[in-house]
Design a protein. Sequence first.
Lengths: 187, 177
Amino acid sequence: MVNDRQSTEPVSLASLFFAFLKVALFGAGSGIVWAHRVAVEQRSWLSEEEFADILSLCQFMPGPNVVGIAVCVGAHLRGAFGALAATAGFVLIPGTIGFSLGIFCLQYAHFVLLQHILAGMSAAAAGLLIAAGSRMLTPHRKRWLAWITATLAFTGVVFTKLPLLLVLFGAALPGIGGTASGRPRPQ
Amino acid sequence: MTDGSAPIALTAHLAWLSSISFGGIPTVLPYVRNFVVVTHGWMTDQDFANCFALAQSLPGPNMILMMSFIGWKVWGIPGAIASALATFGPPCVLYFAAWRLWHRFRAAPWQRVVRGGLVPVTVGLVIAGGTVMAHAADADWRAAAVTVGAVVLMLRRWLNPSWILLAGGVLGGLGLL
């Protein structure tokens, strides 16, 4: 597999595994930032453009976005085995640690103090999610069509009982149709 | 807790939802909640909100963790593993296939069009996910105020998200919510 990395040594599967292990362990809540730091800044596996390319692919594909980054970076460097190594590094050990800690907390969730702490954290966590979604709109905020499709999708989920696939298509079709008929934006 | 068909139904449903979660797992949270809280009554809204809060505050792949907590509630450890696999397995295959196609079509104009149309949809879905989670988590106006405060702090980038979560936990722990 030929790519335009500076180094000629092939990246080992083990270093892919450990790189994404690091991303998962340090990147609580901001995995994308850490994936960038490790893959672009620290190891120079990818150029900025290659990373941006991967990121934009992963942000609209279905599934957990950071896992997508692991799959794509792994695939880019070492093909299918690279994708497996990076995904395993991201999921196996951090997943086991997080799961054990979480189950420990959930087992004591009936204790009043923990209940109150969890209630406060879930209220805050819901806010973080709303903010993260709003931020994704920033690059599109000058397109009124983007506001309409976002509102359609939001309304479809919150105020109707329509199945997700219907909401997706109902909001995406006018969005895609409108973008196709509009003039191309300078990037 | 539940009969034997529950874990299979949950795993199949999660696998389906993760395969159409354009923009990330948070976009399908309202549908997961609907399935486990409303349709099947496997857990309460508060349980669901707890799983979410814990997953967000622990290190590791948050949304995979959240689904594994839900799986654990329904069917113990096997349920947790099945749910985690259902959450990232199908998307991984899709990511890999998409990555191989990506270079072939990266210059194609339809790709810019599809992205321009699809990204705002995922924005609406993510915000809807947050709203539904807020609805599940916010018992009264004080909890709702914490949610609004978290939105503002996060949008202004004044604080790292971990501090916002911690602040929510402290406020709750002090019995202020």
